[in-house]
Design a protein around this ligand. Structure first.
Ligand code: GDP
Ligand code: MG
Length: 353
């Protein structure tokens, strides 16, 4: 009945025995799958990371963390580049920022942290582990192409994570652009523009001509303001791995997003199943820094191993705690794997008998 109701709300009237087409079935299944998996994983990890609730008086405003999503070739990378270039202060290392999978934009003193188009895999896993790794999703839809399968996937991901969606209708410079059609198509997914009586912000933009980029940034700040994003900067840091790699000379390098507290050089940390001490830290502009507060992406050196994108990191009091956390994470992970394998095997048994 939940499915019948869901379809009804999308304007599709079906009965309980009715066959629906494959694409629709897939879309629904995926959405439910993502939600179930999400809840299950959060349970385990949250249990592991249980901590006392922050006292409201310790909370201070923090920048929003924004993720750009959408169908391939609809202009996610171009849009991020356009935003970054608009914001580069002239003279800043030739305007070229180091690629660390995330960057911070400063608009008249207000910051926005952008996560660079993570693969869907990484995004899902990040959402699962961090529950609320991003505050706002920018859904990029090309005005000449309209809603495509990965657009729908992105909508489902954002909805499962319960984060607000801002629609950026891109490529409006193209002669074949049709903004109204995109708006129309998105109403099917309960994304209704404000001028049509809904509450979704739509911003027509062009990554090529930069038209609308300023408005998009304003809308992000506005949405962030409504969310009243706050965090306690005066505590041990906790956050997520955006990406990680092994450097031949420097060893494991991880890009972390600090979500709570302040991460400092010299801190002991556990990062998923890796651990170590922050030996060096750089910001998104490759500048050496000594500390980083909430919503700040940083690159760090000093881990014993390369962690996974989406892993949680926590700063600990000492080396022993960091190691214990990492070990718990490994054993939890292993147990889950065993459980999952068991579940999968029993399903297979069922079908082969
Ligand atoms: P992504 O796969 O979503 O990251 O898309 P890309 O940023 O790689 O863009 C895909 C293609 O669309 C590239 O050839 C871009 O030059 C082009 N493109 C992106 N934004 C615009 C735009 O605003 N206008 C036009 N005309 N082309 C664009
Ligand atoms: Mg891209």
């Amino acid at each position: 009945s939940a499915l019948v109701k869901k379809l009804f709300l999308q304007g599709k009237v079906v009965t309980i025995n009715q066959e629906i087409d494959f694409a629709l079935a897939e879309e629904i299944a995926m959405e439910y799958d993502v939600i179930c998996e999400l809840e299950e994983k959060i349970d385990v990890i949250e249990e592991l990371l249980k901590e006392e609730e922050e006292d409201a008086s310790t909370l201070k405003p923090r920048p929003p963390v924004v993720c750009v999503m959408g169908h391939v070739d609809h202009g996610k990378t171009s849009l991020l580049d356009a935003i970054r270039k608009e914001n580069v202060i002239s003279g800043e290392a030739g305007g070229i920022t180091q690629h660390i999978g995330a960057y911070v934009v400063d608009i008249k003193g207000e910051k926005i942290t952008f996560l660079d188009t993570p693969g869907h895999e990484a995004f899902t896993s990040m959402r699962m582990r961090g529950a609320m790794s991003t505050d706002i999703a920018i859904l990029v839809v090309a005005a000449d192409d309209g809603v495509m399968p990965q657009t729908v996937e992105a909508i489902n991901h954002a909805k499962a994570a319960k984060i607000p969606i801002i629609v950026a209708i891109n490529k409006i410079d193209k002669p074949s652009a049709n903004i109204e059609r995109v708006k129309q198509e998105l109403t099917e997914y309960e994304l209704i523009p404000e001028d049509w009586g809904g509450d979704t912000i739509f911003v027509p933009v062009s990554a090529h001509t930069k038209e609308g980029i300023g408005t998009l940034l304003e809308m992000i700040l506005l949405t962030a303001e409504v969310g009243e994003l706050k965090e306690n900067p005066d505590r041990k840091a906790r956050g997520l791995v955006i990406e990680a790699r092994l450097d031949k000379g420097k060893g494991p390098i991880a890009t972390l997003l600090v979500q709570k507290g302040t991460l400092k050089v010299g801190d002991h940390i556990a990062v998923g199943s890796s651990y170590g001490k922050v030996r060096a830290m750089t910001d998104d502009k490759a500048r050496k820094i000594r500390s980083a507060g909430p919503s700040t992406p940083v690159e760090i050196l000093g881990l014993d191993n390369v962690p996974n994108a989406g892993d949680i990191f926590v700063a600990t009091d000492n080396d022993k705690d960091a190691r214990r956390f990492a070990e718990t994470f490994i054993s939890e992970g292993r147990e889950r794997l065993i459980e999952q394998t068991k579940a999968k095997l029993s399903l297979e048994d069922l079908f082969t008998q």
